[in-house]
Design a protein around this ligand. Structure first.
Ligand code: NI
Length: 170
């Protein structure tokens, strides 16, 4: 397993729409393992493949609390099939936008259909933190970031800050 470098805002890759995965094979499972290791190392609770530079529709999530046993979840070609009317607010962050957090309102519960790492179809009914995390990560597959759900002023400020930081690194 390898820890992969993370793609950071304002890298244009983060705005790319990821393509569906056609085959679940050992190469894909290698990527899944690398993504899990990268997510646990960060540490984070969710990671989309595009965040390690791979524009494919794949996510890993683990919302187990600190000290609890790991509960890695793998979603290949995930699709939200139902969203609740009820909404909830969570403070979100993103491994591609380090050290920035903001409250985001989203549907409180979602049903997500996807394929698991053995190639089987799975349907997950999620609420709470898992529902928010799934929506955040599925957004990544469509080139959408959590800062797209906050005010334009706040979004422009954070993009400016990260653009400046990226420039000063060169
Ligand atoms: Ni993110």
């Amino acid at each position: 397993m390898t820890i992969k470098p993370l793609i950071i805002l304002p890298d244009p890759l983060l705005r790319q729409v990821s393509a569906p995965i056609e085959r679940v094979d050992s190469e894909l499972n290698q990527l899944v393992d690398d993504m899990l290791e990268t997510m646990y190392d960060a540490p984070g609770i969710g990671l989309a493949a595009i965040q390690v530079g791979v524009p494919r529709r794949l996510l890993v999530i683990d919302v187990a609390k600190e000290g609890e046993e790991r509960q890695p979840l793998v979603f290949i070609n995930p699709e939200i099939v139902t969203s609740s009317e009820e909404r909830s607010v969570y403070e979100e962050g993103c491994l591609s936008i380090p050290d920035y957090y903001a409250e985001v309102e989203r549907p409180a519960a979602v049903t997500v259909k996807s394929i698991d790492r053995s190639g089987k179809e799975q349907t997950v009914e999620a609420d709470g933190l898992l529902a928010t995390c799934l929506q955040h990560e599925i957004d990544h597959l469509n080139g959408v970031l959590f800062i797209d759900h906050i005010s334009r002023l706040k979004r422009e400020m954070v993009i400016k800050r990260f653009t400046k930081a990226a420039r000063s690194k060169i």
